[in-house]
Design a protein around this ligand. Structure first.
Ligand SMILES: Cc1cc2nc3c(=O)[nH]c(=O)nc-3n(C[C@H](O)[C@H](O)[C@H](O)COP(=O)(O)OP(=O)(O)OC[C@H]3O[C@@H](n4cnc5c(N)ncnc54)[C@H](O)[C@@H]3O)c2cc1C
Length: 547
């Protein structure tokens, strides 16, 4: 039997597993990724890539390509609430096209204070870009069409049994670490005996219970679609609730419909669902039709242990409201990758990997609660049949519901605090400085360099962002070149902790960086700040590397 050796074996080549592989390679670590399916996803699940994920993709060198793959440059990313697609528009949240969003980010007028504003791009396109990038990377071995069947963990390694789906042949893979990026049904999580906690399949009128995803192409005349172009169209009527999203800003769409419980999926007529949404008979080419369940608010009781760790949907399963599932997983992957690489490269301490759970599980719980609150808001109200009436009662119902939905839209889709305000409060590797945390407000992101926070974004000269200068290891930002940091750099060098120095003038990085020295971790979160180095540099280094 063929035997292969690698440093990190990743089970699952979805968006999170692929991001993990790319970040590991950025840290200089070789990995092997196995994925049961032969291709990347053909189901356009996620379509909202948030600002933090886009920042990560920028560091991985793929953000421009991902932007190009999203909705056309000037296509509006509005969210509209309608009775039917041929009916009444009840409310609209105007949001910028991709070109406009970039201009706003550059001008500092975006609600998202960062280099990479949120982006509307289907998971289908995203995955294929990440996959292509992984294929081209000499440190990443990609085996799609291979399933992880079993594994055993010893003191010194993982021995995994992987099967080629097409011919049944098995490969033994020996690795230092195994990561389960294998989705909601994660075999790795179940093998570890780790359960999900929380609620599954909460029933709602929308985004709770049995759902159908219909991916289709409209080949002919689109003139019946009276609602002006939007990224998302929420259909709100008394007999039907659904969400229609444009996939390519042209002729491809995905319809997420709430279907009756216990409906036999074989009996669901996708064309009928599309026609219900449209309010007229529509002919479409069905590309893919899949049932799924909304209303999950689940989180793994643990994120892993010793040599086996979990990321993405294998640790948390949310209802997609707020677009937080994949995005939280991408952020998990970035946190885990540098810690695994520190261990593989020999400078990480025995407590480093457990800090992954200390950092990320509270964020999983936080984002799960936000996703659930949005689902409750959009999925729990009743609508009468008057909503489609042209009479006074209909106008009145549309006015009242429209005002609620206009407010809901802002609360679900403009969430800079949720996306950029992620902070690690319980981390054993971060040095608190005694200052109080800024408020964790979903709508109001307060940039801060308080330890544990995401290092605030600043535009530097030449159109580059501060994060463009962060190295794969730690980055020490110094605002006073007379501040002697040589002790720290040479002690770090002795034990192999990668720290690079970034000298900047105070005027360049403005008021967010209040201390002369700020140490930014490999994941872009502040690890420590101060006007002088801690007295005992060895203790300091031992803490940040999890000794
Ligand atoms: C309708 C819908 C809309 C969504 N919209 C959004 C959104 O806008 N924004 C957002 O952030 N999230 C959204 N999500 C959630 C998002 O799709 C998931 O969170 C995301 O796919 C999780 O990525 P992952 O890599 O963790 O897992 P997955 O995408 O599930 O990938 C896991 C991979 O592991 C493979 N695998 C499983 N078992 C094995 C094994 N034993 N061996 C080898 N391979 C294995 C599978 O084949 C799969 O390719 C949406 C979800 C749905 C259903």
């Amino acid at each position: 039997m063929l035997e292969v050796k690698t440093k990190v074996l990743i089970s699952g080549g979805g968006p999170v597993g692929l991001t993990l592989a790319l970040e590991l390679s950025r840290q200089g670590v070789e990995c092997l990724i196995v994925n049961e399916q032969e291709t990347t996803s053909t189901h356009p699940k996620a379509n909202a890539i948030n600002a933090r994920s886009m920042e990560h993709f920028r560091r991985l060198g793929v953000s421009s390509e991902i932007r190009e793959a999203g909705l056309p440059e000037n296509y509006p990313t509005d969210v509209t609430y309608v009775t039917r697609l041929t009916g009444y528009e009840i409310a609209r949240l105007s949001m910028p096209s991709r070109a406009r969003a970039l201009e706003e980010a550059k001008a500092g007028t975006s609600p998202y204070d960062c280099a990479e504003p949120p982006h509307r791009c289907s998971q289908i396109y995203l995955e294929s870009i990440l996959y292509k990038s992984a294929l081209q990377n000499p440190l990443i071995n990609v085996l799609f069409g291979y399933r992880l069947e079993s594994f055993i963990e010893s003191e010194s390694e993982i021995i995994a049994n992987v099967e080629n789906i097409s011919n049944g042949e098995c490969i033994i893979i020996k690795a230092d670490y195994l990561v389960g990026a294998d989705g909601g049904r994660s075999m790795v999580r179940r093998e570890l005996g780790i359960r999900y906690e929380g609620e599954a399949g909460i029933e709602r009128r929308m985004m709770g219970g049995s759902m159908m995803a219909t991916y289709f192409r409209l080949s002919r005349d689109l003139s019946w679609l009276k609602i002006s172009p939007s990224w998302q169209y929420w259909i709100v009527s008394s007999d039907f609730r659904a969400l229609l999203m444009t996939v390519n800003g042209k002729d491809e769409f995905v319809l997420l419909s709430r279907v009756q419980e216990n409906t036999n999926n074989d009996r669901i007529d996708d064309l009928e669902l599309i026609s219900l949404a449209a309010g007229c008979s529509v002919d479409a080419e069905i590309i893919l039709s899949q049932s799924w369940t909304a209303g999950h608010a689940l989180i793994a009781e643990s994120y892993g242990r010793r040599r086996v760790w979990l990321v993405g949907d294998s640790t948390h399963l949310f209802t997609p409201t707020g677009g937080l599932g994949m995005n939280t997983g991408v952020d998990d992957a970035i946190n885990l990758a540098w810690k695994l690489s520190a261990l593989v490269n020999g400078w990480g301490g025995p407590n480093l990997l457990s800090s992954y759970e200390e950092d990320r599980r509270p964020i999983g719980l936080r984002n799960l609660a936000f996703a659930k609150s949005f689902a409750e808001s959009i999925g729990s109200f009743e609508v009468s049949s008057n909503i489609e009436s042209e009479k006074f009662q209909g106008q009145e119902e549309r006015r009242v519901l429209g005002s609620f939905l206009a407010d809901h839209g802002k609360r679900e889709f403009i969430i800079p605090g949720i996306v950029l305000g992620v902070r690690y409060e319980n981390s054993s590797i971060i040095w608190p400085d005694g200052t109080l945390p800024v408020r964790d407000d979903p709508y109001d992101y307060v940039p801060t360099s308080r330890p544990g926070s995401r290092a605030p974004h600043v535009w530097l000269s030449g159109g580059l962002a501060l994060c463009d200068f962060f190295s794969p290891g730690f980055t020490l930002i110094r605002q006073n070149q007379e501040n002697d940091i040589n002790d720290l750099l040479s002690a770090a060098n002795d034990i192999g902790v990668p720290i690079s120095l970034l000298d900047l003038e105070h005027d360049e990085i403005c008021e967010f960086y209040e201390r002369e020295l700020t140490l930014v971790g490999p994941d872009g979160h502040v690890t420590w700040r101060g006007d002088a180095l801690p007295q005992n540099t060895i203790n300091f280094l031992d803490r940040i590397r999890g000794m």
